[in-house]
Write a protein that binds this ligand. Structure first.
Ligand SMILES: [Zn+2]
Length: 100
């Protein structure tokens, strides 16, 4: 997973430190969006909204900045994922029968 960083005051180190956090893997999400015919776009948007907190790269202290999305969005996430998987399975079955 790619990371981004910025300089933040760390209360534990009592100094300005480099803080890191994970960012969404946009390349992977773009590939999945194309592969699923756009259905993945919603999951991508959700992952852009949710971010890990900034962490001090020296002591690992949580420097805040965490954002969370509501529970119903996570449920929708799983529903879309299930729909995509079922769609792929349906396609495989349709192709298998279509060859006869
Ligand atoms: Zn620190």
């Amino acid at each position: 997973m790619p990371i981004e960083w910025k300089r933040l005051q760390c209360p534990t180190c009592r100094a300005v430190r480099r803080a890191d956090r994970n960012v969404p893997n946009n390349g992977l999400h773009a590939a999945l969006t194309i592969f699923t015919g756009g259905a993945w776009l919603f999951v991508w948007l959700v992952s852009m909204y949710e971010r890990d907190p900034w962490r001090c790269s020296v002591c690992g202290r949580n420097l805040g900045g965490r954002r969370r999305y509501p529970m119903w969005m996570k449920v929708l996430d799983v529903v879309i994922l299930a729909a995509v998987v079922m769609g792929i399975i349906a396609l495989i079955i349709a192709k298998a029968y279509g060859r006869r």
